[in-house]
Design a protein around this ligand. Structure first.
Ligand code: ZN
Length: 356
């Protein structure tokens, strides 16, 4: 057997027959503890019988087959094949932070992120196993406490932390305090941010579909993107609606009670641009596409004045509402990819702005 992971993979590929025989003989099914124990005993006996080199390999095959996660299994592997423990000893079939990162990268490819952004795994060890994942919009004292209380191994936070380069990491300011709490608790942080905003099924696509747009296209296409993706979206309503009716539709989709509106309630709207978060800078792009309305989470007073002067309407449901719905659906997507993991969207984070 060749050394290292490549060698083990090669060995596995040539052990299909043995694996099938063992599987049939033991009637193995994942997650069945008595069967797993039986498999461990069988592995031990067959491994010792097979000679030194194959001991670890036999056991690893069984780990793959029965999803051995027991301490006994890992101890056995460490005794028999200490040299291979780094490969899969933490759980032959257990999902790692790297596995989850891979799925997140496929849902929100990094090439879609803005140049200034900081996306991907920002805190943590990608080799660590993961059982519990919490998504949230932002890492806050509340979401960090929830993650610690709920013993998660990974937070998928839409907004990056850290975002800017750090020169020191101390408890004297909020970012350092939160990061140190997470690091102490062994919690990793992955942030998809603008890659998720722009992804095929990302926030802006969902927002555009949520208000009923058709023929949806990127507001600012990425040059030569093979999938024709880019930042923001624009599209057309099936029929012209009054601004106030589009607002009602948006409120219903985002499950919110109120929003800010720039424009006359009866203003006819057909072509609509959307850009989640704080994206008033897309006003020019929305105008270039001759949109009647730009929907974004929040923007400045002066951008609202500029929109009003150019008679383009704006709906501003708030930064939180314009993105939070998507971290809830991201938790559902991850749950579907990793049915053995517990995944949820933070229950404790809230919009810091109150609509009263
Ligand atoms: Zn945001």
């Amino acid at each position: 057997m060749r050394n290292g992971e490549a060698g083990l993979r090669h060995w596995f590929e040539n052990q299909g027959t043995l694996a099938r025989q063992v599987s049939t003989r033991l009637n193995l099914s994942p997650g069945n503890a008595p069967v797993t124990n039986a498999a461990c005993r069988f592995a031990r006996a067959s491994a010792w019988a097979a000679g030194s080199e194959d001991r670890a390999a036999h056991f690893l095959v069984l780990c793959v087959l029965v999803e051995v996660r027991s301490d006994a299994g890992v101890r056995f592997l460490k005794n028999v094949a200490p040299g291979h423990c780094g490969v899969r000893a933490t759980g032959s079939d257990m999902s790692t932070i790297d596995d989850v990162s891979g799925v997140l990268r496929s849902l929100a490819p990094h090439h879609l992120a803005e140049d200034w952004d900081n996306v991907g795994l920002l805190v943590g060890d990608r080799e660590r196993p993961v059982k519990r994942i919490m998504t949230c919009l932002t890492v806050t004292p509340e979401s960090v406490q929830e993650a610690i209380d709920q013993q998660v191994e990974l937070i998928v936070a839409h907004h990056p932390i850290p975002f800017r380069p750090l020169k020191r990491l101390t408890t004297e300011e909020t970012t350092g305090r939160l990061l140190l709490l997470l690091i102490d608790a062994g919690i990793a942080v992955y942030s998809p941010h603008t890659a998720f905003d722009s992804a095929r099924d990302g926030i802006n696509q969902r927002l555009a579909e949520g208000v009923g747009l058709l023929r949806i296209q990127p507001l600012e296409p990425i040059e030569n993107d093979p999938d024709g993706l880019g930042a923001g979206r624009w599209g057309e309503l099936a029929e012209s609606l009054a601004l106030v009716d589009v607002a009602a539709r948006l409120k219903e989709f985002l499950k919110i009670e109120g929003l800010h509106m720039v424009g006359a309630p009866a203003q006819p709207i057909q072509r609509v641009a959307v850009a989640c978060g704080s994206a008033g800078q897309f006003l020019g792009a929305a105008q270039q596409h001759q949109c009647d309305l730009l929907i974004t989470g929040e923007t400045s007073f002066h951008t609202c004045l500029a929109a009003a002067a150019d008679q383009i309407a704006m709906l501003l449901p708030g930064h939180y509402a314009s993105e939070r719905f998507a971290v809830e659906s991201l938790a559902e997507s991850l749950g579907r990819h990793f049915p053995e993991l517990v995944v949820w969207a933070s229950q404790e984070e809230a919009d810091p702005l109150q609509w009263i």
